[in-house]
Write a protein that binds this ligand. Structure first.
Ligand SMILES: *Cc1c(COP(=O)(O)O)cnc(C)c1O
Length: 412
């Protein structure tokens, strides 16, 4: 939904140069249609197989984005009480919420139980005992899955690979069945499923398929032992193309290969995609402030920085840099840097890109997931607004922060 018409970059039918002039920069811009298309690609490819697409809230937790997905019928995968609050505020259905994460606090478990979420993806036996105790206090029975660690290598960036035994996530496959067995003695939890999530930004989905086979054989074993396992939750993790040389694995065929493995199991399948729904749906708009040269090195200094988008600094991630209006100048090889006082503050390094001059706008591509949500106020920079485009219209779904916002809650 981001495309050039003539020399101008558009989001749906909105020219981004107009939007940048009206809303100011830096600004996050999302295509409503792309978010919906990606969600529906998951939902429709499962066909009549019982399924739930639980969008991973942490990828992009803007209320308007959550509301859009809730209305389209999505469930939600949350990793904190704050994310549950957002889902409920956006009109999400708590009975379609699964709660993941290694460090749920008692307060968060209490909030989730009182909200009536679908189930907990438990990552340790101690957590399961806590859920049982808190459910007992409320006189309810909580559904749970154990997040198993299938010990498969997601072959992605080490910070977002989660499925090996040396990672903090989940319970090793070999120990899982004993944990389910001991859980049968806990009166206030009920084994509903088996879950896993082996990592993120996987351009090759074959590790996920390998994990599915392991999770399914555990589920079959547990059912044979009398656990009423109803679903398998396969997590998220499908990657997106951040640069032209990468190929985005198509959602439809990926889901069909999952479905083919699951059809005979009689189990409902859940998935928790985040990046593959929101990532391609957003850009970060920024304006060139200055051009400078230190020795032979060219710098393009822009008004967006690592506090707005930390992925390049944190993961050395690549985002394509697109001119909002193409000019006739030859491209330049430069570092695209922001105003933050850190050498790590770059959005692109040694990159051949459009020869943009002060005042020109650039779009940092594929920034819809893990973009705004990881932004901060570092260097006391107000956070950027978020804007949702629908056809030829757009609306500000989160206004730009003010200096007053920066000090809210503080005292001298
Ligand atoms: C982060 C996360 C996801 C989403 O991962 P994507 O790579 O964004 O699809 C899903 N499930 C869990 C448990 C996660 O931590």
């Amino acid at each position: 939904m981001f495309h050039y018409s003539g020399n101008d970059l558009y989001c749906e039918q909105v020219p981004l140069a107009d939007l940048a002039r009206h809303a100011g920069t830096p600004a996050y811009v999302y295509s409503r249609q792309t978010i919906l298309d990606n969600y529906r690609a998951y939902d429709q490819a499962f066909g009549d197989l019982p399924h739930a697409v639980c969008y991973a809230v942490k990828a992009n937790s803007s209320l308007a984005v959550l509301a859009l997905l809730a209305q389209a019928g999505a469930g939600f995968d949350i990793v904190s009480g704050g994310e549950l609050f957002r889902v409920l505020r956006a009109g999400g259905d708590p009975s379609r919420v699964v709660f993941s994460g290694v460090g749920k606090t008692a307060d968060e478990v209490e909030y989730a139980l009182s909200s009536g979420i679908h189930s907990f993806n438990c990552e340790s036996e101690a957590e399961l005992a806590l859920v049982d105790a808190m459910a007992a206090r409320r006189g309810v029975k909580a559904g749970f899955s154990i997040r198993v660690n299938p010990d498969v290598d997601a072959a992605t960036h080490p910070y977002i690979s989660t499925g090996l035994n040396r990672h903090k996530f989940g319970i090793p496959m070999a120990e899982a069945s004993a944990v389910y067995e001991r859980a049968r003695r806990l009166p206030h939890v009920a084994a509903e499923g088996v879950s896993c999530h082996i990592g993120s930004q996987m351009l090759d989905p074959s590790p996920i398929l390998e994990a599915v086979d392991r999770v399914l054989s555990l589920a079959a074993q547990l059912r044979a032992q009398g656990d009423p396992i109803r679903h398998v939750d396969l997590g998220g993790g499908l990657g997106v193309a951040y640069q032209a040389s990468e190929r985005t694995p198509a959602i439809g065929p990926f889901v069909e290969s999952l479905a083919a493995r699951l059809r005979s199991s009689g189990l409902k399948v859940m998935v928790e995609p985040g990046r593959s729904i929101a990532g391609p749906a957003g850009v970060l708009l920024t304006r060139v402030l200055y051009r400078k040269k230190n020795g032979h090195k060219e710098f393009v200094v822009v008004d967006a920085a690592m506090n707005d988008l930390i992925r390049p600094a944190l993961y050395r991630a690549h985002h394509d840099i697109l001119p909002v209006r193409r000019n006739a100048l030859p491209p330049v090889t430069a570092d695209l840097v922001g105003p933050v006082c850190e050498t790590g503050d770059f959005l692109a390094r040694d990159r051949e890109m459009a020869n943009a001059m002060p005042g020109d706008f650039l779009a940092v591509a594929t920034a819809g997931a893990y973009g705004f949500v990881q932004s901060s106020n570092y260097n006391s920079r107000p956070r950027a607004p978020e804007i949702l485009v629908e056809g030829a219209q757009y609306r500000v779904i989160r206004r730009r922060e003010t200096y007053e916002d920066l000090v809210r809650g503080e005292t001298v």
